[in-house]
Design a protein. Structure first.
Lengths: 415, 415
């Protein structure tokens, strides 16, 4: 699928992707756009040109500073908008001329990426953080998994208010830890990242109604990369995740639509085990094979930190949703549901320093991502470190890449 | 403090209370009101009469269907509005005539309670559930408290989307439990209530900024009673609270203002222990002595279930907020921060059936609250049971009561 618009080879934003985001320019406030190559398609501007008038939804929501109302419209509308955008942008179609050959409209509706600022794509009402990654769980529990890990998706509620968009710097948090049985207050000494993959909820469900596992995918709007920053020293003395996690969570600026990732489906890990009926999904390939690369940037030099993959989940998002809503818990448009750390089986595939440094006992050595031969090692994150997650999927037809933009954050010294 | 408006003796809503809520009438949509006796003062209508024009805030927010924007204005504005309402309603003041002697305004601004429907007072962005009740913790951990219980307020993130207003019925949730090591899916067999007390956040803080413990009270708008419905059988096999708690949480319809509860301050339980500096509060009486009665209603007959008290906390809300935001986690107007179960030291003071029935091993006998001599016993909640929390504080000047209205919910059969 080739566009008349030149798309650089290394762009995450091919015509097979078309991810949604919220952007602003110097002359207009945050609004909804779709990334294509080095440009953003301004959906507000396109709507003002009546490009979506025949779809029967109120296009006002494209002027919103968040994707929530648009996400709530459901996958039917999203699919039609996506097709229309592909028709407008693909090489040699009738509809292409509506944008390609209309210089004035091109100027209004295609915004160069270098001139925009990205914002949080959604107002996060609820953030559910899963724990369904097999190897992360095995590493954290040293191989002694509790039985319920296999019976139902493990998850907990994370903090919604501290989810921030890529690029937001993270101050080293203060908190409490225990040293020799005594409570000590101070800055985190074991600051960590966690490579996660997350679904953004589209249409929600009503209070009291469960979502069937085979309908659960219909409630997913799209996906982001997610860094679940963690203070391991605070975590050690907490009952459950609270201040060790609540200070910050970063997500990628672009939400890749549900449709764009369908070609990358695989079954979850060890999916052939018996499960309670409500978790048995007709769709066997319900997980995703999506590699996520994590790099550490120090003084402008990038080092290879981790190569994770989303395929190491023991439950799909659909199964998480079915379990999540089994008792009637409502999902709300814009909610985030994350997988937990997506570690693979070998050390270079571990998705956090707690695993990479073997619980802080052994500094982990990393090589530069280019050919400089530079090396660096870390036990946990240091001030000035920049953590970046990226994903470089190749579209099935080979015409371009699919990615989320970088999920990036710099560690600043504690306040 | 006596009002010219007749206030029934058994009303929760004396002139010393003036709690906020969101109500609707057949002829107008949800808006903000303040309870006084058998009436609601319609703040939208009062604002339209320019009663608050000299306070320098945009009164538009009083027309909102939630208290969030009003709560965000901060305690300064809330204090001025409260004084103005007391001046309008108190017996024999100049300003009283502005409402008392204006029949047309009385008709527009004083709405009989029997003609209103109550709604969720706030849109809950984040729900933090604490675990700072001494006796609940001792009962749950059989006296073996982990050391961090004393060093920092224990809490976790609850589910915001399933917080509902009093009166909303609760369907017995479905979920997963383990029987003889095997995962079983079905309806909850050990449905429980939990008596909690909760703060509603007013002004929030910015991402990355901590709130000092001595300034933390300034971020509290008011308080509600809270029932943290719990599925004990699901809880047993979960890593942390997830489906055992996410199906429903009920709150009282009225938010009692911060100012109204100042006379009921006491120190937290065992407050004289050493603490890290950031949790040391200048205000010694930082907790509250507020009795909460829990009744079980079966076939129209009420039985005495539990007599709890908020004084059994080992940390104040201010200390919870200081710890919560220590790493920079933002609080947002409308957030809920709850104490956890407010059990007292003796069995009739235990705040949930898990404690009352000694982990389900011993049915708990209850007597009717009136003189009928009727008795009933329960291990956990049965379908048709109505759980109700109330609070009957007497104002310090003896002129009336302060309460939250009932926090009430009926258990319906599972779907």
């Amino acid at each position: 699928m080739t566009s008349w618009l030149p798309i650089p080879d290394d762009s995450d934003f091919s015509l097979c992707n078309l991810p949604y985001g919220v952007f602003s320019t110097v002359d207009d406030s945050p609004r909804i756009g779709v990334a294509i190559g080095d440009h953003v398609v301004d959906l507000k501007a396109l709507a003002n040109d009546h490009i979506f008038d025949d779809f029967g939804f109120d296009t006002e929501c494209l002027q919103n500073p968040t994707l929530n109302a648009y996400a709530a419209l459901g996958r039917g509308v999203h699919g039609r908008v996506r097709s229309r955008l592909q028709d407008l942008l693909v090489l040699e179609t009738k509809l292409g001329s509506e944008l390609r050959d209309n210089a004035n409209r091109r100027k209004r509706c295609l915004v160069p990426m270098k001139s925009i600022t990205m914002h949080m794509p959604v107002a996060v009402g609820n953030f559910t953080d899963g724990f369904v990654g097999l190897y992360h769980a095995e590493n954290m529990y040293r191989g002694k998994l509790i039985p319920s890990f296999w019976d139902a998706p493990t998850a907990y509620q994370g903090r919604a208010s501290s989810v921030v968009v890529s690029g937001t710097p993270i101050h080293r948090p203060r908190g409490q830890t225990r040293v020799n049985g005594k409570a000590i207050s101070g800055h985190c000494q074991k600051l960590d990242f966690e490579v996660e993959f997350a679904a953004i909820v589209g249409q929600g469900n009503n209070f009291g109604d469960a979502i069937d596992v085979d309908q659960a995918d219909d409630h997913i709007f799209g996906y982001v990369l997610l860094n679940d920053w963690s203070a391991r020293d605070f975590q050690q003395s907490e009952f459950g995740p609270f201040t060790c996690k609540n200070f910050a969570t970063s997500i990628s600026p672009w939400v890749v639509p549900f449709e764009a990732l369908e070609p990358f489906r695989v079954p979850p890990t060890k999916a052939d085990r018996p499960l309670p009926d409500y978790l048995v999904q007709k769709k066997l390939k319900s997980a995703y094979d999506i590699p996520i690369q994590a790099t550490l940037e120090v003084a402008g030099q990038k080092y290879q930190m981790s190569r994770c993959n989303t395929k190491h989940v023991v439950f799909s998002f659909a199964q998480i949703i079915a379990h999540h809503t089994r008792g009637g818990c409502p999902l709300v448009p814009g909610d985030i549901i994350a997988t937990g750390t997506m570690s693979g089986p070998s050390r270079p595939e571990f998705g956090c320093f707690m695993e990479l440094s073997r619980v802080g006992t052994e500094a982990y050595g990393m090589e530069s991502v280019d050919d400089t031969g530079l090396k660096i090692s870390r036990t946990y994150l240091e001030d000035g470190d920049v953590v970046e997650f990226t994903c470089q999927l190749r579209s099935p037809d080979g015409t371009g890449r699919i990615g989320f933009g970088a999920c990036r954050g710099e560690v600043l010294p504690g306040k």
